[in-house]
Design a protein around this ligand. Structure first.
Ligand SMILES: Nc1ncnc2c1ncn2[C@@H]1O[C@H](COP(=O)(O)OP(=O)(O)OP(=O)(O)O)[C@@H](O)[C@H]1O
Ligand SMILES: [Mg+2]
Length: 345
């Protein structure tokens, strides 16, 4: 008997005093089948209910299996207590790895990198979710061409994330009447919204949860580091002196809050004139290398300033999915280098 057939049978088991079956209530955890034996994990809060459900399950499955084991596993209830950076909560236990894309300064290309990194990971076969933590300036919905979509809930009262280019995405931009509706929220409200996105979105199992951070080193960055075990921070910078000063703040913040730094991406690194193919180092050269050496963190890659990246991004055609092979390669290299730094490649 296959897992799906077992699940179909489990739909007949009704939770005591509720008119709902245990499957739709999300009370069934892992199911392991080996020949004529089966082990089912029951995710419940109440041990008494477990006894009654265990009996019902054994009744229903005894025709099909010789050995039936029903294991009680306390259901994890979301904690309302905030964590600390030294001992963060894990509000995204469904994600194997959490990557935070950040920068000290605004407008350097974080969202573009976060979107293309997410898609490049999905292109490698990983399951990827992108959480837009930029509550005040969410632009991942437009970049992924899902800005017109409205929020929807599934039967388990979980928010269904939007999907495109092989990744799932959730953003405050999907909750407002129009993508450009400004949010006038205190940071505590913004943080509650993000925590809800972590806990109440039906992400499914993810290999990577990528977080597109707002610019700077503020409340939201700190909260994310307290509420999630971030596996790698990616810092985006442009090569100007100011941007590199800002990036050193981002590096120091990650070090202070104990987030492992995956590396630095130097964006808008140089410009190649489309007519003459001459290279111009508009913002100077070597900013990314200098900062990487100074802080002993890897330089994951450089992306030139290209009109095509800007225009495709604005049209909701992410570069790593829709541009030329040459342009895709910039983001693929960054992704491979990050996987290498994370010990996954
Ligand atoms: N390599 C690039 N070449 C050309 N344009 C780029 C490049 N990277 C990003 N851009 C463009 O620069 C603008 C800012 O990029 P993006 O929104 O990704 O930055 P950000 O750091 O997320 O900004 P914010 O701080 O506002 O969230 C966008 O219009 C984007 O299309
Ligand atoms: Mg952004």
């Amino acid at each position: 008997m296959q897992t799906d057939e077992v699940k179909a049978l489990l739909q007949k088991v009704i939770y005591p005093q509720l008119d709902r079956d245990i499957l739709s209530l999300g009370a069934i955890g892992d199911i392991a089948i080996a020949n004529k034996s089966i082990t089912i994990k029951l995710l419940l809060n109440n041990e008494k209910v477990y006894r009654s459900i265990e009996d019902q399950i054994i009744d229903i499955l005894s025709l099909h299996f010789d050995k039936i084991e029903v294991v009680f596993q306390a259901k994890q209830t979301p904690s309302t207590a905030y964590g600390t950076t030294a001992k963060p909560n894990n509000r995204a236990a469904y994600a194997k790895n959490v990557i935070a894309v950040t920068s000290g300064k605004g407008g350097v290309g974080k969202s573009t990198v976060a979107v293309n990194l997410s898609i490049a990971l999905a292109q490698k076969g990983y399951k990827v979710g992108l959480l837009d933590a930029d509550v005040y300036g969410p632009n991942t919905p437009r970049m992924l061409q899902v800005a017109h979509e409205k929020l929807q809930w599934n039967d388990n009262n979980k928010i269904i994330p939007s999907q495109n280019f092989g990744i799932k995405v959730m953003s405050v931009g999907l909750t407002t009447p129009t993508p450009d509706t400004p949010l006038v929220w205190r940071s505590s409200v913004a943080i509650s919204a993000l925590i809800q996105f972590l806990e109440d979105v039906d992400w499914g199992e993810l290999d990577f949860l990528v977080i597109d951070m707002p610019p700077g080193t503020g409340d939201i960055q700190l909260t994310m580091a307290q509420e999630l075990p971030i596996s790698a921070g990616v810092i985006v910078t442009t090569p100007q002196k100011v941007a590199t000063d800002d990036v050193s703040r981002a590096v120091m913040m990650f070090k202070d809050i104990k987030v492992p730094i995956g590396g630095i991406v130097e964006n808008m690194s140089y410009f190649i004139a489309p007519d003459t193919l001459k290279r111009y180092d508009i913002f100077g050269t070597g900013g990314g290398e200098a900062i990487a050496t100074q802080y002993g963190v890897p330089l994951l890659g450089k992306v030139p300033l290209l009109m095509e990246i800007r225009s495709s991004s604005d049209e909701g055609k992410p570069a790593v999915a829709m541009c030329s092979e040459e342009i895709k390669a910039y983001y693929q290299t960054i992704t491979n280098n990050l996987l290498y730094e994370m010990g996954l490649f």
